[in-house]
Design a protein around this ligand. Structure first.
Ligand code: NAD
Length: 487
């Protein structure tokens, strides 16, 4: 059995049961992790609480150096982590190289923000006053992470949380805990005990963390349903919440864009990580003048992509994580077909794989907004295409969703670009380069996606609460104090 990391010690804690971790490409058992209990969460929170005052007082420059050391240690163990990530999560090796790059760079990025940012001095309201705003850490932050980018999404939480002076208790996904445990083992052993803790387990273990009164903030990435549950538990406790939830991102393809740019850009943004990306393009609106040729070229391109084990260098698309996620994707495809959609390619479990949870990427036409595939998060390799006539119509379709995470546009027409970023309700707008992030650019959603932001200065500020200090330096009696009505 793997071990959890509590108060600087590797332990199986009070766990009586284990959780199997399976390679989605081969279905082989990779390891078993402890099913953390309430007592384990208690021990982790106690350790994080005890470590907090010391960590919060540590000078910013020293914390920055410690976080740069984390980044360097991750780099030193990169190859092992990329391999483990590929076997545990399933996406191709080259995509996991990217994930690792993002992971260590995020620690470097927030090390520097934490080094210099403590707040600001503001102009006084009257002469003789001195006013300033201090950014303070919350205390113990519970970080609950999903499985699709287990290291990157972890780094986006714990790097700013630690840089701001918080201590953390991590609950990784039950499907992908091994990379988190390895990351902590190789890159965090120089931090004081209790600053970082990991409790493994299912959602019920995460829920104990959410309910714990000493956890002042929950940073969560995952599904809307889990986010809603967490919010309902945390609201009466006035806990600070940072929620990054699901999406149903649109892409609009304008008629001026080159066909190959649109085909390859769309295939990448819809099928990266087998479509298991919160910002996957899940709905596509193509100008009617190019619709027919575009659908054919896209279907042809997608049908030639190679499915396989992510460890094989020529694999384009890996497996889905588990059969039940694949079943949901197939349900969306079949629901669309029953309502009149036509599959141009894929849309089924491929032949020729004895093991692994593969799904042939699907390109569909004749879809509309009454279908699940155009309304609910599919989270798999599907590309439903709909024609539009006017740009007004395209914008209305893009906005016809309960979600607001990302939205893409493919065009060289600056007038369309301006309208798109002004009128589409989404946290990130991508023009001609979908899914590309920027360390300094905030990432997060609007509407049912939740309002959190990761990355950028905003991603740091989420982990601080502000205190305004109003100081009358002279300290004399004020004319507006009691008693009233006298000189
Ligand atoms: P999930 O909600 O099932 O699980 C996420 C995490 O929450 C896991 O660690 C899980 O064990 C834990 N959890 C489950 N129930 C809990 C509870 N009651 N209390 C506390 N913790 C609980 O999501 P998932 O299937 O792991 O991830 C896929 C989802 O994540 C998709 O909806 C996707 O869009 C979303 N996602 C969003 C972003 C973003 O930045 N907006 C990024 C990646 C993934």
């Amino acid at each position: 059995m793997e071990k959890m990391y509590l108060n600087g010690q590797w332990t199986t804690g009070h766990a009586q049961e284990t959780i199997p971790v399976i390679n989605p490409a081969t279905e082989e058992l990779l390891a078993e992790t402890p099913r953390g209990t309430a007592a384990d969460v208690e021990a982790a929170v106690r350790a994080a609480r005890a470590a907090f005052p010391g960590w919060a007082r540590t000078p910013g420059a020293e914390r920055a150096n410690l976080l740069h050391e984390v980044a360097n240690k991750i780099r030193a163990h990169e190859e092992h982590l990329i391999h483990l990530l590929t076997t545990e999560e399933g996406k191709p090796y080259v995509e996991n190289e990217e994930e690792l790059l993002w992971t260590h760079n995020t620690f470097d990025y927030y090390a520097e923000i934490g080094r210099h940012d403590r707040g600001r001095v503001i102009p006084p309201g009257a002469e003789g006053q001195f006013n300033f705003v201090i950014k303070e850490p919350y205390g113990v932050v519970g970080c609950i992470v999903p499985w699709n980018f287990p290291l990157l999404l972890l780094a986006w939480k714990i790097a700013p949380a630690l840089a701001a002076g918080n201590t953390v208790v991590i609950k990784p996904s039950e499907f992908t805990p091994l990379t988190t445990l390895k990351l902590i083992e190789v890159a965090f052993d120089h931090l004081p005990p209790g600053v970082v803790n990991v409790v493994t387990g299912y959602g019920d273990t995460g829920e104990v963390l959410v309910r714990h009164p000493d956890v002042r903030m929950i940073a969560f990435t995952g599904s809307v349903a889990t986010g809603q549950r967490i919010a309902s538990i945390a609201a009466p406790m006035m806990k600070k919440l940072h929620l990054e939830l699901g999406g149903k991102d649109p892409m609009v393809i304008a008629p001026d864009i080159e066909m190959d740019v649109a085909v390859r850009g769309l295939a990448y943004s819809a099928l990266l990580n087998a479509g298991q990306v919160c910002t996957s393009t899940e709905r596509v609106y193509v100008h009617e003048s190019m619709f027919s040729q575009f659908s054919e070229e896209l279907a042809d391109f997608v049908s030639k992509l190679k499915l396989g084990n992510g460890l094989e260098p020529d694999t384009d698309i890996g497996p889905m994580l588990r059969p039940h996620f694949r079943a949901k994707v197939d349900d969306h495809v079949q629901d669309a077909v029953r309502a009149g959609a036509r599959i141009l390619t894929g849309g089924k479990v491929p032949a020729g794989f004895e093991k692994g949870f593969f799904y042939e990427p699907a390109v569909l036409i004749n879809v509309d907004h009454s279908m699940k595939i155009m309304q609910e998060e599919t989270f798999g390799p599907t590309i439903p295409l709909m024609p539009y006539k006017t740009f007004d119509e395209a914008i209305a379709l893009a906005n016809d969703t309960q979600f607001g995470l990302g939205a893409s546009l493919m065009t060289h027409d600056a007038k369309l670009v301006k309208r798109y970023f002004e009128e589409v309700k989404a946290g990130t707008i991508w023009i001609n380069d979908p899914l590309t992030d920027n360390y300094a650019g905030p990432f997060g959603g609007m509407k049912m996606t939740g309002g959190g932001r990761e990355l950028g200065q905003e991603g740091f500020d989420q982990f601080t609460e502000v205190k305004h200090v109003h100081w009358d330096v002279e300290g004399g009696v004020k004319s507006y104090w009691y008693p009233y009505g006298k000189e």
